[in-house]
Design a protein around this ligand. Structure first.
Ligand code: ADP
Length: 192
């Protein structure tokens, strides 16, 4: 199964992706986690990305595509993947389509998690206390939500037009949302 999870910051993509990984037996690829690992390692890429991430802006498309190509060169992605945090704009959506075409992999679904903005702000504030992420301060959160509306929301239309979008209500308990996602994916899972 080859999936993209779409949704604003705080919509629960990361949490649901971690569960889906066990359910579908495919790797969870979070571009946010990959970038945070580079920052933590102090690599040249991490040094470049650090400030951009802290401001809540997008790291360059070139860096992201390089990271993704690198990750997709590993064998575990042959069985499929759950992509979380990518694509975040239309350039990235096109780059992903090209990459998959080049690898001869057929894309299955983009799952959009729908959550109202008030709830996002509340959830991120809770996470900020629990995890202390550098980009969970109010200013950066506002910026990330704005970037989502301006740049990532059009990606939803991109997948809708291709007939590859499935929309899931992201309000409810983790279990409820997980069940909704697996129900939405059930037909594709049976096919293979
Ligand atoms: P969230 O969705 O909660 O904002 P992520 O962990 O997905 O968190 O991303 C954190 C930050 O990492 C983003 O604000 C951005 O700076 C950077 N990032 C992650 N994925 C991408 C991407 N596909 N393109 C550009 N920047 C990205």
């Amino acid at each position: 199964m080859r999936l993209v999870l779409l949704g604003p910051p705080g919509s629960g993509k990361g949490t649901q992706a971690a569960r889906l990984k066990d359910y579908l037996q495919v790797p969870h690829i979070s571009t946010g986690d990959l970038l945070r690992a580079e920052v933590a390692a102090g690599s040249p890429l991490g040094l470049q990305a650090k400030e951009v991430m802290a401001r809540g802006e997008l790291v360059s498309d070139d860096i992201l595509l390089g990271m993704l190509e690198d990750r997709f060169s590993r064998d575990d992605t042959k069985a499929g993947f759950i992509l979380d945090g990518y694509p975040r704009n239309l350039v990235q959506a096109a780059a992903l389509s090209e990459l998959l075409a080049r690898l001869g992999q057929k894309f299955d679904f983009a799952v959009q998690l729908e959550v109202p903005t008030e709830l996002l702000v509340e959830r991120i504030a809770g996470r900020a206390q629990a995890e202390g992420r550098a980009d969970d301060n109010p200013e950066s959160v506002r910026k990330r939500l704005q970037v989502y509306t301006d740049q990532t929301a059009p990606v939803i239309d991109f997948y809708r037009q291709q007939g590859e979008l499935t929309v899931v209500d992201g309000v409810g308990s983790l279990d409820e949302v997980f069940t909704r996602i697996t129900e939405a994916l059930a037909p594709a899972k049976e096919v293979g």
